[in-house]
Design a protein around this ligand. Structure first.
Ligand SMILES: Nc1nc2c(c(=O)[nH]1)N[C@H]1C(S)=C(S)[C@@H](COP(=O)(O)OP(=O)(O)OC[C@H]3O[C@@H](n4cnc5c(=O)[nH]c(N)nc54)[C@H](O)[C@@H]3O)O[C@H]1N2
Ligand SMILES: Nc1nc2c(c(=O)[nH]1)N[C@H]1C(S)=C(S)[C@@H](COP(=O)(O)OP(=O)(O)OC[C@H]3O[C@@H](n4cnc5c(=O)[nH]c(N)nc54)[C@H](O)[C@@H]3O)O[C@H]1N2
Ligand code: SF4
Ligand SMILES: [Mo]
Length: 731
């Protein structure tokens, strides 16, 4: 029996690839990209191409487990190959026997609900904290039954800020909505700026469209403090000092407006506050901006001129820029650029940071926030996920007594790692982790529950990098006793005696519920149609007709849909309906209503007396996905880990040579890494990659160095505003 099943990659990646899984006699034997998907076009990234190794890994969690050993990683489980690269040394279920005892689902659910009841009685419902993020972005397994359960329980709410909240706040302060240029349109662009966008590493399906554009003469400019593979291929690579992008964008607008290169018609019809912006950017002449950004004034002028005059020009802004203290304002300032030059009118113009808010599923019906009323007479308190370390270690009313982790690995990904670990070690904290693997976080769990992968459950898949909704079918039966997030929270609700109808909704009914939102862009997109077609482009047709957008003017290609230009005729979703270059809402928050550059405190311009001289970029690995895939041997082969990349001049003054072990440290923590002097960073900047702590020297995550400080807007994490010092390690 052989069949091919259509699925969609649910990992936290803008591409949301169309996937085909071949199943023979119940076992998946092949994974490939779906060639019919108009954006992801039949190829997968290198890590997901190896997905069979992940699904059938001997290291999968397959059964519910109860801790019988002490919390924390078990020494001796790790080993290093002679060249310093960790081998796959994750405890298998057999090896980890001393730490764990296999239990039944009934025992696990009984124990969890008994503990939850006791904690609720003594400390109140909000002593329970759910903790989840991007394990799967499936509409159901990402946020549906889980939310219903925690809302009905009256648990604390989690503010999911660890990734994109600053950028979202910045972008929406200008557009009112997270929409942007379709990736397919990049092939029509003539000037492409990849701004804090590691396209080869994190968004690889955009690359072929850029290649096509360059074949027709487009220029690719990359603005990044780290010389990524994308930067290495660029026509012009502009290294920038970390956290100074707001200054660069304001400096570019200084030049554009000063030289009358802006689109006066577009601005007068569709923007609010142009005069205030004109005044504001006078404070940012290129010479001044050069001092902050490290970019020569002439280059700033050239960049501004080329960007405004080469048409169409487009910006791929990604999330790197908003992981700095001033990340909200930086995103805001960059987001103004296409409105100032009017490039929203052109196919292949505009800007893309995220397309996610085009998918208006019926979120309230999926998540049922109204259920909170059954447990509390008010909204439950909100805890910022970035501050987990602080929250677990300080007195709160009520204290957090139970943590339920799923879709996340906070013991590696959360800032201020040492504080997080200190909190997770608390003997009085009851921790449940629903996982596919024995991660850094399961090392601190009291109970581990086995989770399905996307091969093993059905889901509806949105995207934050394109405009296709997809059906991800279940390809194989769950391995061992794995259950999906939907089924785990359904079972917990039943055990808690929650009788609300929504806990009995089937997966197909939930998909129907999700699609039934009344949003015009979902009109005509039913479960049946998604099951038949795999992927469906959002229904922009009515929109295109009514707005009279120039779909017909697109260079034609067989079967190509008319281009979607979200803001060609304005249509911003701000309070004024215009692109808000001046924002009353920001003013009310005490922020600059136009935009400004404030040097991050943890940066070279932050404080004259700074105690740690180097700026750290604690980046993602090109071949892992945050910390997912880090334990899969065939994926480990592709990524060199344990490195601290530094500039030759910083290495020399510290007597460090390429390949030396170094100690990187600041007031929060320290780590041992191997120096790599390879020209990827400028003087004053060092870079390291996110990884599992237990696969790293000293069981440390690079987040031992990062801080819980929040961004200027959106209360997001500041992984890229970190000061450190580096020294040669004592052998
Ligand atoms: N292979 C792979 N793909 C991924 C992920 C992964 O871990 N690995 N993660 C996924 C997730 S969760 C997300 S959110 C997306 C994120 O995708 P991106 O937004 O591309 O995320 P980052 O890698 O954080 O940052 C992009 C680039 O910004 C640069 N950068 C850092 N600070 C600054 C700065 O101050 N100014 C400028 N101009 N650039 C700066 C970084 O060096 C990096 O090269 O990718 C997703 N895709
Ligand atoms: N230093 C530093 N830290 C960072 C970042 C950085 O660039 N640098 N990036 C930040 C960003 S942008 C993000 S988005 C966060 C990501 O933070 P997380 O979302 O926590 O990311 P992962 O490390 O990929 O962990 C996801 C976990 O979910 C599990 N999982 C996958 N599918 C399922 C499922 O269906 N059910 C259940 N129960 N579990 C599942 C996976 O096995 C994996 O262990 O990290 C942040 N942390
Ligand atoms: S991780 Fe991203 S690029 Fe890789 S298969 Fe999934 S969606 Fe595609
Ligand atoms: Mo992210």
């Amino acid at each position: 029996m052989k069949k091919v099943v259509h699925a969609a990659c649910p990992h936290d990646c803008p591409d949301a690839c169309g996937v085909l899984i071949t199943v023979e006699d119940g076992r998946a034997t092949k994974i490939q990209g779906d060639a019919a998907h108009p954006v992801t076009r039949g190829f997968l990234c290198a890590k997901v191409a190896k997905y069979l190794d992940r699904v059938y890994s001997p290291d999968r969690v397959l059964y519910p487990m109860r801790r019988i050993g002490p919390k924390g990683p078990v020494a001796g489980e790790r080993s290093f190959a002679p060249h310093g690269r960790p081998r796959a040394a994750v405890p298998t279920q057999a090896e980890s026997a001393p730490a764990w005892r296999r239990i039944s689902w009934d025992e696990a659910l009984d124990e969890i609900t008994a503990r939850f009841r006791a904690i609720t009685c003594e400390f109140g419902n909000e002593a329970i904290l759910p903790y989840s993020y991007g394990g799967t972005l499936g509409a159901l397994n990402g946020a549906s039954m889980d939310r219903r359960f925690f809302h009905r329980l009256g648990a604390s709410q989690l503010d999911r800020t660890i990734c994109s909240a600053a950028g979202e706040a910045g972008l929406k302060s200008v557009y009112g909505v997270k929409l942007g240029t379709e990736p397919e349109q990049f092939k029509h662009s003539r000037y492409i700026i990849a701004w804090a966008a590691n396209i080869h590493g994190n968004n690889v399906h955009l690359w072929p469209f850029i290649t096509e554009a360059r074949r027709s003469g487009a220029k690719l400019v990359v603005i990044d403090p780290y010389r990524t593979r994308t930067a290495a291929c660029a026509d012009w690579y502009i290294p920038i000092n970390p956290g100074t992008d707001a200054a660069l964008a304001l400096g570019m607008m200084h030049v554009i407006i000063g030289k009358n290169l802006h689109d006066a018609d577009y601005v007068s019809m569709h923007a609010l506050g142009f005069e205030q912006l004109r005044q504001k950017v006078k404070e940012y002449p290129p010479e001044r901006v050069a001092q902050w950004t490290g970019i020569a004034a002439d280059d700033i002028r050239k960049l501004a001129r080329e960007y405004a005059t080469t048409r169409p020009s487009v910006i791929r802004l990604n999330y790197g820029v908003q992981r700095s203290e001033g990340g909200g304002m930086a995103t805001r300032a960059i987001a103004m650029l296409p409105s100032v030059i009017g490039s929203w009118k052109e196919v292949g113009g505009g800007l893309q940071m995220s397309t996610s808010e085009a998918f208006e599923l019926n979120g309230d019906a999926l998540k049922r926030p109204d259920l909170m009323k059954s447990a509390l007479d008010r909204e439950a308190r909100v805890i910022n996920m970035v501050e987990l370390g602080r929250v677990l270690n300080t007195t709160n009313d009520p204290p957090v007594k139970a943590l339920f982790v799923y879709n996340s690995n906070p013991a590696a990904v959360c800032p201020n790692h040492n504080e997080v670990i200190r909190g997770l070690q608390r003997a009085d904290l009851f921790t449940v982790v629903h996982e596919q693997f024995f991660t850094d976080t399961t090392d601190y769990a009291d109970i581990v529950l086995p989770a399905t992968t996307f091969f093993e459950h059905k889901d509806l898949q949105k995207s934050y990098g394109h405009y296709y909704l997809q059906m991800s079918e279940q390809a194989i039966t769950p391995l061992g006793e794995c259950r999906s997030n939907v089924e785990v929270f359904r079972a917990l609700a039943q055990r808690m005696g929650f009788e609300d109808e929504c806990f009995r909704e089937s997966v197909d009914e939930m998909i129907d519920t999700a699609l039934d939102s009344g949003d015009p862009w979902l009109r005509g997109i039913s479960r049946d149609r998604l099951e038949a077609e795999g992927h469906v482009r959002l229904n922009f047709e009515a929109e295109l007709r009514s707005a009279g957008q120039p779909g017909a003017a697109v260079p034609t290609q067989a079967k190509m849909a008319p281009a979607f230009l979200p803001f060609a005729k304005g249509n911003f979703r701000t309070p004024s309906g215009k692109a808000e270059l001046y924002s009353e809402a920001l003013k009310a928050q005490g922020l600059d209503p136009v935009a400004e550059f404030v040097p991050p405190v943890e940066s070279r311009h932050g404080s004259p007396k700074r105690s740690f001289p180097l700026e750290l970029l604690a980046r993602k690995a090109d071949n892992f996905l945050n910390t997912t895939f880090t334990n899969v041997p065939s994926v480990q082969e592709m990524e060199e880990v344990g490195l601290l990349e530094m500039h030759g001049s910083d290495a020399r003054t510290r007597n460090i040579a390429d390949g030396d072990w170094v100690r990187i440290f600041n007031q929060r923590g320290e780590m041992r890494l191997k120096a790599r002097v390879d020209g990827t960073v400028q003087p004053g900047v060092v870079a390291a990659r996110l990884h599992w702590a237990k696969l790293s020297p000293g069981f440390q995550s690079i987040n031992a160095l990062t801080s819980e400080k929040l961004t200027d807007m959106g209360n997001s994490a500041t992984f890229y505003s970190v000061l450190v010092e580096v020294e040669l390690a004592k052998s």
